[in-house]
Design a protein around this ligand. Sequence first.
Ligand code: KMT
Length: 220
Amino acid sequence: MVQAWYMDESADDPRLPHRTEPARPVGLEQLRRLGVLYWKDQITALRGFRCLRARMRVSKGQKLLPELKPGSPCRLVLLRVLDADKYENDPELEKIRNERNYSWMDIITICRDKLPNYEEKIKTFYEEHLHLDDEIRYILDGSGYFDVRDQDDRWIRIFMEKGDLITLPAGIYHRFTLDEQNYVKAMRLFVGDPVWTPYNRPADHLEARGQYLRFLAQST
Ligand code: KMT
């Protein structure tokens, strides 16, 4: 499942996990209420299914939850499996792209040797900002953290690793940092022609922010 949690207030290196103590994990449902969509190379829980796994073949790239062994009774079924190793020709990724109109894509590698103006870019990514459009990222390799503000303006940290796809809605305040691996390779997706302009906080006068706040107000 998604690995997300409330952040502590410490001013230490942002690449550290910054979990509160005790930890306050955040689930998919809470992210969804903030308008954040998240897919993993994924096992989806469905109530009402029993023992399907007994006859299910688990093919390459699919994962079992650690506590489940093939054949054991369960109420889970593997529904959708993204495979970051075959991103160029992955029917599951195609499905998501078609459903959500993610027509445009490129690939960004963020590490000291590969990204021009690395230091400057890293700083920009970690400034709290919003965009006028959704930010959609699919992690192909490495890992990092997206931080998003919740409805009470507290930071939630979302760990993103290979096979994870996330959509941050237009108007949400957020930021990105590498973790201690100092390396991520990600697909950037976009609806139409890409615009990457970040609007650093405060950007409350923007229509995208107003729209997002209206979404939050009615989000259940
Ligand atoms: C952005 O626009 O914030 C980025 O591209 C950085 C994150 S990509 C994993």
